[in-house]
Structures are given as structure tokens and as C-alpha cells.
Design a protein. Structure first.
Length: 164
């Protein structure tokens, strides 16, 4: 994309905090994004099993934790436990597949960084899909230990544990 087009997009991009009524719209965005982007990184059988068994957990928006447009952070770990003081957890960063590489996810992450910092968070962690690891590295995350998220006893979703 030409830098002039990218600059135009960034001038019209608006990021707002989601409200509970935004849940269905956010869930639809997550569904479009994760379905398209995870298909390239997971074997078809794993993605199919995840869809039928447990990926729906990942596809449900949590409006109290998401920024409208595709991402957010929380003090709660991805496993539903209270996090450590000063540590935040990036959750559900997603971009519509038709809007990739236009600066949307980066703008959302900058908002996440600012919001987390204002809340006293000194370290952000995330469980990244394998296909999203390069994005998080570009956003300043490191680590890279592979983990297995058990969506059900039969379905394992590979991820990468990262921190910034």
C-alpha cells in the first residue's frame, strides 16, 4: 500500500472502547479474522476440530475487555485467573482479513500499550497464534515458547507465549 494511502487510513481510523451492546459485532469480526488467518497456520483437521469443539470460546467477544475494532488487554490471564500486579494480558487482537497490512492492528496495539501503561501495567503478555507471532515481534514482544492450549481434551491449539 502506498504510504499516502496508509496515511489517509490512519487519519480516518477511530478507536473507541467497546460497550456490551457491541458483543455480536465484535464476535463476528473475530470469527472472520480467526477463521481466515488461522486457516493458513493450522492443519485443516485441527482447525475443523477446534471450530466444532472449542474455537467458539476464542470467537466470543468480551466487550468489557476489547477495543472496538479488534483488540484489548485485561489483568485476567487467558485461563481466567487473576493476574499478577503490574502484568496485563493482550486478548483477541483481530483485524478483518480485508483490512490487513493497513495499520489497523498496529494502531489498536498502540492504544492497548497506552491504556495498559496508564493502568500501571509494566509488562504485557500474550498467547499468540503461530501465524501472528511475526506481528507481535514487530510490536516489541519477545519470548517465543510454544504452548499447547487445550480447547477440549481432544483439541489442542498451538500458540506462542510472548511478552513485552
Amino acid at each position: 500500500m502506498a504510504s499516502r494511502q496508509k496515511a489517509f487510513l490512519m487519519t480516518v481510523l477511530s478507536i473507541a472502547t467497546a460497550a456490551p451492546c457491541d458483543g455480536p459485532e465484535i464476535s463476528e469480526l473475530l470469527h472472520r479474522s480467526y477463521t481466515a488467518l488461522l486457516a493458513a497456520a493450522l492443519p485443516a483437521i485441527t482447525l475443523g476440530a477446534a471450530r466444532s469443539v472449542g474455537l467458539s470460546h476464542l470467537l466470543r467477544g468480551a466487550p468489557e475487555r476489547l477495543y472496538r475494532g479488534g483488540g484489548g488487554w485485561t489483568h485476567v490471564t487467558p485461563f481466567g485467573r487473576a493476574g499478577l500486579p503490574g502484568v496485563g494480558h493482550v486478548r483477541h487482537v483481530a483485524c478483518d482479513p480485508d483490512s490487513l497490512r493497513q495499520g489497523v492492528a498496529g494502531a489498536i496495539m498502540r492504544r492497548v500499550f497506552d491504556s495498559a501503561r496508564a493502568a500501571g501495567v509494566e509488562r504485557l503478555c500474550c498467547l499468540s497464534a503461530l501465524s501472528a507471532e511475526p506481528f507481535y515481534r514487530a510490536m516489541g514482544f519477545d519470548g517465543g515458547a510454544e504452548v499447547a492450549m487445550h480447547l477440549s481434551p481432544e483439541v489442542i491449539f498451538p500458540a506462542v507465549e510472548m511478552r513485552r
